[in-house]
Design a protein around this ligand. Structure first.
Ligand code: HEC
Length: 181
């Protein structure tokens, strides 16, 4: 995907904001619209999207978020969304799809499975949060920080995942691996 100048500038701005710590600081959140954290407590048994942990910036859109280029990241999807992710079912993702992303600070932490940061995307019913493409963006395993509508967190996550809008806001999937073989 080629970026035009405006998108490029926007991405730089997003990265700078992330660097400034806005991602972890007092960004406004919204009340939870999707299912609660018990729904993803068994995510380690789900389909693993990343055959090996990702590091660096394979999509070119990472900026400084998701713990940055040096982190090791793994993605899982629940059974509702697995077919779309694998390309055997058409887009969009069905309601109830959950994508979980683990970020480990480095390879040693990955191998020891030491305290990964979790970020999630939960597919809502159509019309629940049109501003975020009807996805709920979640930070943290406990689901306490959610971003939908025009909340700061929802807007922050959405503005970058928008680069993957053609694939229902999802960057890493079988189509991504096919393109990069
Ligand atoms: C500056 C861009 C950017 C921002 C902001 C961003 N992400 Fe991502 N996200 C990515 C990229 C790029 C990937 C692909 C995986 C990788 O490179 O590690 C990704 C992957 C994901 C995935 C796995 C599904 C997929 O699309 O591949 C989830 C879940 C996710 N992000 C959640 C979030 C949440 C929640 C937020 C807000 C707190 C957020 N992201 C903010 C760039 C971003």
């Amino acid at each position: 995907m080629k970026l035009n100048l405006e998108q490029n500038m926007k991405l730089k701005l997003i990265s700078m904001l992330a660097l400034a710590g806005l991602l972890s600081a007092g960004m406004s959140t919204s009340s939870q619209l999707g299912p609660d954290a018990s729904t993803w407590s068994d995510y380690l048994s789900w389909y693993k999207v990343t055959p090996q942990a990702e590091t660096g910036d394979p999509t070119g859109f990472l900026g400084n978020v998701h713990d940055g280029r040096n982190a090791f990241r793994q993605i899982y999807v629940n059974s509702l969304g697995a077919g779309v992710n694998q390309g055997t079912q058409g887009l969009p993702y069905p309601e109830g799809t959950i994508l979980v992303k683990e970020s480990f600070n480095n390879e040693t932490a990955l191998e020891a499975r030491r305290s990964p940061d979790l970020t999630l995307m939960v597919d809502l019913a159509s019309g629940q949060s049109p501003e975020t493409g009807d996805w709920e963006y979640v930070m943290g395993a406990d689901g306490a920080r959610c971003g939908t509508g025009d909340s700061g967190l929802g807007t922050f996550c959405r503005d970058c995942h928008l680069f993957a809008a053609a694939h229902d806001y999802n960057f890493i999937n079988s189509a991504f691996y096919e393109r990069n073989q």
